[in-house]
Design a protein. Sequence first.
Length: 106
Amino acid sequence: MSDLHKSDLHKEVSELERKSATAARLFDIRRIIGGLFVVYGVIVTIAGISPSDADLKKAEGVHINLWTGLAMLALGLFFLVWMKLRPAEAPEAEADPAPDPGPDAG
């Protein structure tokens, strides 16, 4: 195998490894869960800031939307911080146990 062919193959393999690592980070489930909890937490918190008297009476005086929204925000932020502190890594490629001898092997 020529050095030029080895160099091209090495570049191709390193490019695939880079793409794999990018895909692993992009599709990290913590990003999706954290993002959804933050969005819904903001919505529920806003709804809980000024509840109607009927809503407070139903909840026995507890600002349930406010507390639930804040808890959702905290959980969403936890997932996003966790993702930043411990980023996902692409799985390691398994080593080829036996190299292909090729068509000339007898």
